[in-house]
Design a protein around this ligand. Structure first.
Ligand code: AMP
Length: 425
């Protein structure tokens, strides 16, 4: 017997029944992002592997364990599937001179991302994100821009019907603050090294910030005893207060989470994460993001100027799990019943005319009883059924059955398109 194939581990098919839900999510996202002045950008699903290595930082889990590299025919070309959207967008931002042509660039994207994760519920190897990025050359970043991004994020989640979304925010301070905090934390954790979990004992040398959000009870105890607030500079503090006030003015609920750091190396100042209820279980983060000013220099930005940048990404699979979204009931406008499957010339002509006039239509091509064709029409959720039997052909008419009311009427064949159009108005 021939081998049958299965979908790769950690990926899944989005089957036709589920596609309308995804379409709805995407179209809501497009509409809302556009209404905030963000423009869609589509970048390739794979990029130079070094783009990700450089941007995510050598210490992040994504680079250490999760980058899916492509085996390339040519030795000098190393590519990897994108694990997230930010690096690609920053690459494109410079490559296409947005920095020279726009005082502020606002992008959004929708698409698949790839990480070599150990698959579990809500954690896949191919998953989809909706994200936004704002980039400002010249560091005239405003705390209201941070607030705008957060307000947009919460607006999307509300519109998607995500249950109990909870916004947590924190500030990691400037790059300098981050370095100072890192030194301080390393010193403090060294004193408690034996009390940390095995992973953190190893991790705190590489990326001490990750210890702060470790879920292990032992680590939580140590962290709670050392860190109440991150010691950030006055400038960053003021900025963070500005963000909070702007959120309050916009009636966005949030919680300050002093141990929230996010997984990637490049975040500074504002960072945030949104968790949700619904059916998510332990993987309850539906999205997160933050400021990543420093990344712009890493990826080719002009060293003589500063940049401001902030963005977020939402996981679409998790949004669907956490939302009350019901499958939209989609149907076709018209289903054509046929009686002699060996000669459906007339019906086929009508079908094509209907379609060319923008009417969603389908017909029966196979030998099938009237009853089974009516069942099919019901399954397709057809609004009207057209019946062209011997009698109708003889009289140049066609029967139109309204599937909602059950009422059937006869229409002259030459008027059928107009008649259906009228009914669908
Ligand atoms: P991150 O880029 O890791 O901050 O992820 C942003 C959001 O994408 C997360 O909050 C999740 O909702 C979603 N996400 C990240 N990784 C995965 C994954 N492996 N499978 C499914 N969703 C994911």
């Amino acid at each position: 017997m021939n081998k049958t194939f299965a979908v790769p581990r950690g990926t899944s098919d989005i089957l036709p029944d589920a596609v309308p839900l995804w379409e709805e999510l995407e179209s809501k996202a497009r509409k809302i992002c556009k209404s905030y002045g963000y423009r869609e950008i589509r970048t390739p699903v794979y990029e130079d592997v070094n783009l990700f290595k450089r941007s995510l930082g050598q210490t992040s889990d994504v680079v250490n364990k999760q980058l899916l590299e492509l085996a390339s025919a040519k030795e000098d070309e190393g590519y990897a599937l994108r694990p997230e959207g930010t690096a690609s967008i920053v690459r494109s931002y410079f490559e296409n001179n947005f920095d020279k042509n726009e005082a502020i660039s606002k992008f959004f994207y929708i698409g698949p991302m790839f990480r070599g994760e150990r698959p579990q519920k809500g954690r896949l190897r191919q998953f989809h994100q909706i994200g936004v990025e704002v980039i400002v050359p010249g560091k005239s970043m405003s705390h209201r821009l941070d607030a705008e991004v957060l307000i947009l994020c919460m607006h999307l989640l509300r519109e998607f019907g995500v249950k109990e979304p909870k916004l947590k925010i924190n500030s990691l301070g400037s790059k300098e603050d981050r370095n100072n905090i890192s030194l301080w934390l390393r010193e403090e954790f060294t004193k408690h090294k034996n009390e940390l979990c095995v992973e953190c004992q190893e991790r705190f040398e590489r990326n001490v910030f990750r210890v702060l959000d470790c879920k292990n009870e032992k680590c939580r105890k140590v962290v709670n005893s050392i860190v109440q607030d991150l010691p950030i500079s006055e400038v960053s503090k003021e900025y963070f207060i500005g963000v909070q006030e702007a959120l309050k003015e916009a009636s966005i609920d949030f919680e300050i989470a002093p141990h929230l750091v996010r997984g990637l190396d490049y975040y500074t100042d504002t960072v945030f994460e949104i968790t949700a209820g619904g059916g998510l279980g332990s993987q309850d983060a539906v999205g997160g993001g933050g400021q990543y000013d420093g990344l712009l220099h890493e990826l080719g930005g002009d060293k003589r100027i500063e940049y401001g940048a902030i963005g977020f990404a939402l996981g679409m699979e998790r949004i669907l799990l956490a939302s009350e979204a019901e499958k939209p009931t989609l149907g076709i406008d018209v289903f054509l019943i046929t009686f002699n499957c060996n000669d459906t010339r007339k019906e086929f002509k009508i079908l094509n005319l209907l379609r060319q006039n923008g009417i969603n239509a389908d017909m029966n091509y196979l030998q099938a009883s009237f009853k089974s064709q009516m069942n099919r029409a019901n399954k397709l959720n057809a609004r009207y059924v057209l019946i062209l039997g011997e009698e109708e052909i003889k009289n140049n008419v066609i029967a139109v059955k309204d599937m909602q009311t059950g009422v059937q009427e006869t229409v002259e064949l030459k008027n059928i398109i107009e008649a259906i159009k009228d009914k669908l108005k």
